[in-house]
Design a protein around this ligand. Structure first.
Ligand code: HEC
Ligand code: HEC
Length: 246
């Protein structure tokens, strides 16, 4: 009797095991897969992760603690009305340790005067890197609904030229840089996409990382949201239109 009762539970368990086995790493060991592991290490570096947090607060320092002064993402990613990022962050790093970093505005964005490039992603599309496993982040980056409408080509272009990405290799006094050079990172993104893109297999039970507490989002924006009117077109203007048929 006991055995009969347990059977459904067991078959679900075996089905899971089979599913996990079947979903073994796509193209593991390929040049694309190797390139992605370098890309992942860069994305998880504090210089990148600190602006791609789970919650609504930018992070600081190599231990990625919450930004001081109660700074928050705000309604547009540029901070609360009395704590706008541009109040402290200019178009270049301020000299000295513990001084605000900064980055120039790319001409193509044509943002209003007085607005600097320094900001978090928009709350509707937070582009979270913190706490994401390689499998999760890989899919998030390749899906136009969760990457800000970027086609794979636009993603390459973004990591090659965006001032915020470039800033990570020139972050100002006292801050470390991500592994390798910027060029090596941009090349790795290109190899990952053009020779694949390979993505690690989705995690099976018990093997996914714990989600950091304090998320302002139910899942930190992992679930693809149907892009909506104004936000989408605003972001699309910033990020180039979607082109991923998926
Ligand atoms: C000062 C904050 C800041 C820093 C530092 C930063 N980013 Fe971003 N990142 C953003 C914002 C804001 C966006 C949203 C799109 C935009 O404004 O262009 C973004 C978008 C992205 C995107 C495209 C969207 C996606 O998730 O697919 C990628 C890729 C990206 N960043 C990678 C990086 C990498 C790699 C680094 C470090 C080398 C980095 N970012 C550092 C703020 C930052
Ligand atoms: C009141 C001034 C002030 C405001 C407002 C402010 N910042 Fe900062 N921020 C600083 C200072 C100062 C530092 C340097 C701290 C240090 O190095 O110890 C800093 C550092 C950072 C870093 C650290 C980078 C790193 O990798 O260690 C990030 C990211 C950041 N700010 C993002 C933002 C964002 C995004 C906003 C707006 C939503 C913002 N800040 C608003 C003063 C401010």
């Amino acid at each position: 009797m006991l055995d009969e009762e347990r059977w459904p539970v067991r078959s679900v368990f075996f089905a899971l095991v089979l599913f996990c086995a079947a979903a073994s790493p796509v193209q593991a060991g390929s040049s694309s897969a190797r390139a992605f592991s370098h890309v992942y290490r860069v994305l998880q570096h504090p210089r990148c992760k600190n602006c791609h947090p789970v919650g609504d607060r930018p992070l600081h320092g190599n231990d990625s603690h919450p930004h001081s002064f109660g700074v928050q993402r705000g309604a547009d990613g540029r901070g609360l009305p009395d704590q706008r990022c541009a109040r402290c962050h200019q178009d270049r790093n301020q000299p000295g340790v513990h001084k605000p970093p900064g980055a120039p505005q790319p001409a193509r964005l044509k943002l209003p005067a007085g607005t600097t490039r320094w900001q978090l992603p928009h709350p509707k599309l937070p582009l979270t890197f913190e706490g994401r496993s390689p499998a999760q982040l890989c899919r998030q980056l390749l899906n136009a609904a969760t990457n800000g409408g970027l086609s794979p080509e636009a993603l390459i272009e973004h990591v090659e030229h965006d001032p915020l990405v470039l800033w990570a290799w020139d972050p100002g006094s006292g801050r470390t840089t991500p592994p390798g050079t910027h060029q090596e990172f941009a090349d790795a993104v290109r190899v990952w996409i053009e020779n694949g893109p390979a993505c690690p297999a989705p995690e099976c039970r018990g093997n996914s990382p714990r989600r950091p507490a304090g998320s302002g989002f139910r899942d930190g924006g992992l679930t693809p949201k149907k892009p909506r009117g104004r936000t989408t077109s605003r972001l699309a203007g910033v990020l180039r239109p979607p082109a991923l048929a998926d």
